[in-house]
Design a protein around this ligand. Structure first.
Ligand SMILES: Cc1cc2nc3c(=O)[nH]c(=O)nc-3n(C[C@H](O)[C@H](O)[C@H](O)COP(=O)(O)OP(=O)(O)OC[C@H]3O[C@@H](n4cnc5c(N)ncnc54)[C@H](O)[C@@H]3O)c2cc1C
Length: 395
């Protein structure tokens, strides 16, 4: 049986925008203050079948491309930044499965039944004690025994681990493999334990609920994604992460600037016939906001054009230095522009933006966006770009 998708890409963005305004935004302050998972928002997305938008239509999903997924994450982040981040992380994991495991009978069934019919939520464990922030190396290794496998991982940060229905985990391919010889393994809810090892008492992105955890899982060998993580990282994990993160960060910045615009308009109404002094600063902030949006949207369009034309050719292009640099540049630009825009919104609004209990408050937006440059450290990314630029000529 084929399960129907949730509608046209445009329709799914509109429906997500309603949930952002009517559910996510109303709970965002409490989610932030209590560092709790935005369960109402994810219950609403699940009820409206909006968690399977990244699943290909062949398995009952919407088959949404990068641009539409980015729009969906940005809209949700306008209501609640942490919710936008959770949705983006879920889509990134789904895309890895859809683009690298679609030939596997196990993963075909998983997409149809778990992701589409049951609207399950997938979390990711790439971080690990001992590898620092380098996602392209692992200490732990999957142990395969006949048709079965098992894995233990000491993770530093696992977002919504306790609220997810599955974990997609990176590890070394075998016990004697090099640190960078990695694979991804999917574990379903009843196949693992996650023992929390730390707290998640952070400046921002509180609702992602991302403490450290010791993971221990056991399942079928068929749950190891076919192929090397080196390929799924370059061709899918990195582009989906950097584009969808940039999209949701632009959504958070949009909401901060929208609050500044509402504030400036209210000032203008108080003194009819005059343009408030801070309106010029607002005009300048809009220039940066447009740049931020255009940057992720053009990368998303390019990704969609590449992958819809000829996927084999696209996979080759996505593995090039030129594409890797483009993704690094997008991530660095968006993660640095986001907090700057919140800072601008704060200067425009003044004390009413600084107060946490004001309708013009931009504190949560600012704190959420401070995570952007750390979430895969910009210094680490810049160092990688620097090495590539020693040999790559941008002609
Ligand atoms: C909101 C949020 C959610 C997250 N969710 C998850 C999740 O669900 N699953 C998961 O696995 N992980 C998750 N992470 C972890 C994330 O993916 C990174 O692993 C983590 O943020 C990096 O940690 P780090 O700063 O210790 O790493 P590092 O990259 O080791 O950086 C530490 C310090 O070293 C510096 N540094 C590093 N490399 C260089 C270099 N080459 N040159 C100069 N300086 C350098 C950096 O500037 C930084 O100050 C999340 C992180 C955040 C913020």
């Amino acid at each position: 049986m084929t399960t129907r998708g949730s509608g046209s890409p445009n329709d799914m963005v509109v429906r997500t925008a309603s949930i952002a305004a009517e559910v996510a935004a109303l709970n965002a302050a409490e989610v932030d203050a209590k560092s709790r998972f935005p369960q109402e928002t994810f219950a609403a997305l699940k009820a409206d079948r909006l968690l399977s938008t990244a699943v290909p239509t062949a398995y009952g999903g919407d088959g949404a491309g990068m641009l539409d997924l980015g729009m969906q994450c940005a809209k949700l982040a306008q209501g609640c930044g942490a919710s936008g981040m959770v949705l983006a992380m879920h889509h990134i994991q789904v895309a890895c499965i859809a683009r690298h495991a679609a030939d596997s009978a196990y993963f075909q069934r998983y997409m149809r039944e778990n992701l589409v019919q049951r609207q399950e939520l997938v979390a990711s464990i790439t971080s690990e004690n001992g590898t620092f922030g380098d996602t392209r190396s692992s200490v732990c290794a999957v142990v395969v025994d006949g048709d079965e496998m098992s894995l233990e991982k000491d993770a530093t940060t696992v977002s919504y681990g306790a609220h997810a229905d599955a974990q997609l985990v990176t590890c070394r391919r075998v016990a004697d493999a090099a640190a960078s010889d990695q694979v991804m393994v999917l574990f379903e809810k009843d196949q693992y334990t996650l023992a929390q090892t730390g707290t998640w008492d952070t400046l921002g992105m509180c609702g992602t609920c991302s403490p450290g955890a010791k993971f221990s899982g056991r399942g079928a060998a068929a749950q190891i994604l076919p192929g090397a993580y080196a390929d799924s990282s370059a061709q899918t994990m990195v582009p989906y992460s950097h584009i969808l993160w940039s999209a949701l960060w632009s959504g958070i910045a949009s909401d901060a600037i929208a609050r500044a615009a509402t504030f400036v308009r209210a000032e203008a109404r108080r003194k009819p016939g005059t343009v408030p002094a801070n309106a010029t600063r607002l005009a300048r902030a809009h220039v940066d906001l447009q740049t931020m949006r255009n940057n992720w949207e053009s990368c998303a369009r390019e990704f969609d054009d590449l992958t819809s034309a000829d996927d084999a050719n696209a996979r080759e292009e996505l593995g090039t230095m030129g594409w890797a640099l483009k993704m690094n540049q997008l991530k660095m630009a968006s993660s640095e522009m986001g907090p700057r825009l919140c800072h601008e919104a704060l200067q425009i609004i003044g004390i009413m933006g600084y107060k946490n209990d004001s309708k013009f408050s931009v504190g949560r937006h600012y704190r959420d966006l401070l995570s952007a440059s750390l979430m895969v450290s910009n210094e680490r990314i810049a160092a990688k770009s620097a090495s590539m630029l020693l040999v790559f000529k941008d002609e």
